[in-house]
Design a protein around this ligand. Structure first.
Ligand SMILES: Cc1cc2nc3c(=O)[nH]c(=O)nc-3n(C[C@H](O)[C@H](O)[C@H](O)COP(=O)(O)OP(=O)(O)OC[C@H]3O[C@@H](n4cnc5c(N)ncnc54)[C@H](O)[C@@H]3O)c2cc1C
Length: 234
């Protein structure tokens, strides 16, 4: 058996598990480690995630990356039944202050996407998907996991990666969302984004967000540009 280990079961880890399950041969086993007692309790536990492209005048690599990522995410949401089940909606976004209508925008409930990815992976892998919850790995255990049987270790728990990040500064981010009980007609039909955003009413609540702050963690953070980040709910 070839073993691939994934650390962290937020959006990044769960999507990785599903991607591995899609391509795994019959002799591949996927082993996931999550510090919490269930998936999507970090940043991916937010009630709603807004998606919209970030266009640039020169259509630079970052813009191309976002556009491709959004299309792929919608394809996954469709394939996993998110539109039908009501945990994802490509309803479009209006980008302020220019008032640009962006049809590829919308919202996703991240916890539901995480759950759907893991269920899909379970269907494909059966007992070859092994999940460990309440399993917070430290650096020593990570090295042990690597040595024991894992052909590859994929770590989505950013801070755990710091010693191997080659000087990259992996920041946690924190922020705050607000939500209020509301009727559907009390919210917009599309996501409206400016410095923050307001989303259509989903499941009887209007979500308004989000403040955003990089939490300074790790050595050398002032010396390096931030190229990668790990999000965490405040
Ligand atoms: C307030 C706020 C609002 C946001 N709004 C949006 C939005 O509207 N749209 C959008 O696209 N993005 C948004 N984001 C960003 C988005 O939520 C994150 O980019 C995304 O959820 C990150 O997923 P992740 O899997 O990398 O991290 P996480 O979801 O944090 O998952 C990491 C997982 O690793 C586990 N872990 C950590 N350390 C260890 C360890 N040592 N061993 C084992 N497991 C470990 C954690 O328990 C956690 O489950 C927002 C973020 C915040 C904070």
């Amino acid at each position: 058996m070839t073993q691939i280990s994934v650390i962290g079961l937020g959006l990044a880890g769960a999507c990785m598990v599903r991607a591995l399950a899609q391509s795994a041969g019959p002799t591949t086993e996927v082993v996931a480690y999550e510090a919490a007692s269930s998936p999507a309790t970090g940043a991916s536990g937010n009630p709603l995630g807004v998606m919209h492209p970030l266009a640039s005048k020169d259509w630079n690599l970052a813009s191309q990356f976002y556009a491709a990522g959004i299309e792929e995410t919608w394809a996954w949401c469709e394939a996993l039944g998110g539109m039908k089940a009501g945990w994802a909606d490509r309803c479009g976004a209006v980008l302020m202050p220019q008032g640009i209508a962006e049809p590829s925008g919308g919202w996703v409930q991240p916890q539901a996407l995480v759950t759907a990815c893991l269920e899909d992976a379970r269907t494909r892998l059966g007992e070859r998907l092994i999940t460990h919850f309440n399993a917070r790995l430290d650096h020593a255990t990570l090295i042990e996991v690597r040595k024991s049987s894992a052909a590859v270790v994929i770590c989505t728990a950013g801070e755990l990666l710091a010693p191997w990040a080659g000087g990259l500064c992996l920041n946690r981010i924190a922020g705050q969302l607000s939500w209020l009980p509301a009727q559907p007609h009390e919210g917009p039909l599309q996501v409206v984004c400016g410095d923050g955003y307001v989303a259509p009413v989903v499941g009887g609540r209007l979500v308004v967000g989000a403040s955003f702050e990089r939490l300074a963690t790790g050595r050398g953070r002032r010396r390096t540009k931030v190229l990668g980040m790990q999000a965490s709910r405040a």
